[in-house]
Design a protein around this ligand. Structure first.
Ligand code: SF4
Length: 318
């Protein structure tokens, strides 16, 4: 149920906003696996056009935070404050995806950014999906973590359930609430989210004991780095990270959503389909070009032209 709800909400947001969306990203800092946000929404600003021209893939924060700028090329080993193997790996990757360009001098690689990395987003919204509020799991604890940590500007609980006053009283006041009907794409704002303090030190709740809670203090700088990482991961990854059913009943619904024609519903092929399903009949999955659909429906650019630079600094090496 939650998978169908989640991808339906992503499809709805993609159709009604210019946001960059991704699913299932680690949203904590001290222990990133402690908090997986269901949907990360990145609200872009006008610099998105520069970002889209650099690369369709995620740019690693280690490359963004390095001493490699868009001006004079620097020797790659001098540009990182980490183990040389890690520096080499980040350099190779940044060159491969088109964020760094390389110049050679005497067998050494000198690198620079193809364009100054743009601050291309204004806000991040985290959405926690809980279609059925009668089965909340650890919802309250997750939302308390989001609010005390303040990585997202806003956090929203999305549900299909009728929301009562008792439900609202159980979640932090700062958290917004949407009611969303995945069948007809109706979204009702039950409560607006409040701005969270993203530029102040945050508190990451780690583990609850009977008499105390372990915490980690996360500085504003660490939070900013995490926000950039979330924005970049969202840009490169997107939300259609699922497979389509390799079954004669498998299909792609409008927006490239994985659908089962036998049961008449969206399916998570990784868990719903296969020999465990009584109606499974092996076949090729439906051919769907998810990258082309994402390119068409969102600001993400699948195959950017790239940024052409003048090579004015090159001659001094030869
Ligand atoms: S495996 Fe089952 S759930 Fe999946 S598409 Fe086939 S019939 Fe539908």
């Amino acid at each position: 149920m939650e998978f169908g709800f989640e991808v339906s909400l992503c499809s709805y947001l993609e159709a009604t906003t210019d946001w960059i969306l991704a699913r299932q990203l680690g949203a904590a800092v001290a222990e990133p696996g402690n908090r997986i946000i269901d949907i990360c929404c990145v609200i872009p600003n006008q610099s998105i056009d520069t970002r889209t021209q650099i690369t369709a893939r995620s740019i690693p924060t280690a490359a963004i935070d390095s001493a490699v700028g868009p001006g004079d090329a620097v020797y790659w080993r001098d540009a990182f404050d980490c183990h040389p193997e890690r520096a080499r790996s980040v350099t190779d990757h940044a060159i491969e995806i088109g964020f760094f360009e390389v110049e050679r001098n005497g067998g050494r690689r000198y690198i620079r950014q193809v364009a100054r990395y743009p601050q291309w987003y204004d806000r991040l919204i985290g959405i926690e999906n809980k279609p059925d509020l009668s089965r909340p799991g650890n919802l309250e604890q997750q939302l308390r973590l989001d609010v005390s940590l303040g990585i997202f500007d806003e956090v929203v609980l999305a549900t299909e359930s009728y929301v009562t006053r008792a439900h609202l009283n159980r979640i932090p006041d700062e958290v917004g609430v949407w009611r969303f009907d995945p069948q007809n794409g109706d979204r009702t704002v039950i409560r607006e989210p409040q701005q969270l303090p993203t530029t102040e030190t945050g508190v990451e709740l780690l583990e609850n004991h009977s008499l105390k809670t372990d915490i980690a203090l996360i500085t504003a700088e660490q939070k900013q780095r995490k926000r950039t990482q979330l924005a970049e991961r969202s840009y490169g990854k997107g939300w259609r990270t699922y497979d389509f059913p390799a079954c004669v009943h498998g299909a792609a619904e409008d927006g490239a959503l994985p659908y089962c024609t036998h049961y008449g519903c969206l399916v998570d092929a990784s868990t719903d389909c296969g020999v465990g399903c009584p109606e499974f009949a092996s076949a090729d999955p439906p051919a769907v070009d998810t990258a082309a659909i994402r390119d068409d429906r969102s600001p993400w650019v699948h195959q950017p032209d790239g940024i052409v630079r003048t090579q004015s600094g090159l001659d001094r090496f030869f």
